[in-house]
Design a protein around this ligand. Structure first.
Ligand SMILES: *Cc1c(COP(=O)(O)O)cnc(C)c1O
Length: 359
């Protein structure tokens, strides 16, 4: 606390990121990073950008990130005006909350979802209401539609949702976008590459639909900080107006070239995500064999509870064996653990530890 703070700072409730412990030999399954390295072309591109002693770093990067946006546009079969890039999808989300989701009527999102959403609402003074997931932890589109156009300013949810891992079919997303045609509908697809269908396929038909992606998960680049949004050009223009009122150069030269290299390497992307998906299916089966209830996951993590063991105690017992998973002390989910899919060796270490703990 300081008397020098602006009044708004006293009222903030900041997001708490999953911890990044400095210990070596830790099995780190708490922040949904990819266990495999990024495409080797990322390092080549960054090295090339650093040529001649980093001489190019003297100059500002392209404020529009045009080359990266063109690469992303090619990947998704959209035009470059339909792509926005930012410093991690958290920054893209921040600009989206201010630029598209702040209205007189409330913003809707699930009661169990990415915990950064209420933080942005606090920062930007956005009125919001949460919509409960059903008993199977699924989004019920009818609950959003039932509020009627007069009761909704906009809606946002991750697909697959976090931390549940459950995916919503594209037809349901389309029903929401079509049912609330005057409301921006934002789909946060941080995990979509691990098993759900991307709503980018719907943007041509729905001018109110924005899809947000990150390179942190499926492209193994959480440390590079690159995210992007895809939607019709007027939505993107709104984000650019916010960005150019905040930071004209959110992506540095190394991030721009590294991200473009990762997006262009489709073969690497397909191989690593298939490995993660295969490991997830084995991990879910192994957890079920230990008596866990495991929600069906379309993400690179599983959400699981054990009927006889307290989740916080399980997390602590794992931690004492140098395995870190995520536990949320939140209503409805405080008996669940969110476990990132690691390498097969990491998953085996987790199962071995849980077997010992449960014995
Ligand atoms: C990880 C995550 C993000 C943030 O990704 P960054 O690009 O690393 O900022 C956004 N949304 C959800 C749901 C996530 O899980």
């Amino acid at each position: 606390m300081s008397r020098f703070w602006s009044p708004v700072v006293h009222g903030l409730t900041p997001y708490v990121p999953g911890e990044q412990p400095k210990l070596a030999h830790l099995v780190k399954l708490n922040t949904n990073e990819n266990p495999y390295p990024p495409s080797p072309r990322v390092e080549e591109a960054i090295q090339a950008e650093l040529a001649s002693g980093g001489e190019r770093l003297r100059l500002y990067p392209d404020p529009t990130g045009l080359a990266l946006r063109q690469t992303i546009a090619n990947c998704y079969g959209v035009s470059v005006e339909q792509v926005f890039v930012g410093n991690g999808s958290d920054e893209v989300l921040a600009h989206t909350f201010l630029g598209l989701l702040k209205h007189d009527r409330p913003l809707l999102f699930p009661d169990i979802t990415y915990s950064f959403y209420p933080v942005y609402c606090g920062l930007y003074g956005i009125d919001y209401a949460t919509v409960p997931l059903d008993e199977a932890f699924q989004i019920r589109v009818d609950d959003y539609l039932a509020r009627g156009p007069a009761g909704v300013g906009a809606a946002i949810f991750p697909n697959p949702n976090a931390p549940t891992g459950r995916a919503l079919p594209l037809a349901e997303i389309e029903r929401l976008a079509a049912g609330l045609p005057d409301c921006p509908i934002v789909v946060d697809e941080a995990y979509v590459d691990f098993g759900a269908d991307s709503a980018t396929a719907l943007i041509d038909r729905h001018p109110n639909l924005l899809v947000i992606h990150t390179l942190s998960k499926s492209r193994s680049l959480a440390g590079l900080r690159v995210g992007f949004a895809i939607g019709q050009a007027p939505l993107i223009e709104g984000l650019v107006r916010v960005k150019d009122s905040f930071n004209s150069y959110p992506l540095d030269r190394l991030a721009l070239v590294g991200a473009a290299a990762a997006m262009a390497d489709q073969a690497w992307f397909d191989e690593t995500r298939q490995r993660v998906i295969a490991s997830r299916e084995k991990l879910a089966a192994d957890l079920a064999a230990l008596g866990f209830q495991v929600l069906p996951s379309a993400a690179n993590f599983v959400f699981a509870r054990h009927p006889d063991r307290d989740a916080a105690e399980l997390a602590a017992a794992l931690r004492s064996r140098s395995i870190i998973v995520r536990h949320f002390k939140a209503p409805r989910i405080d008996q669940f653990l969110r476990i990132t899919v690691g390498t097969d060796a990491q998953c085996a270490a987790l199962i071995e530890a849980l077997t010992a703990i449960l014995a």
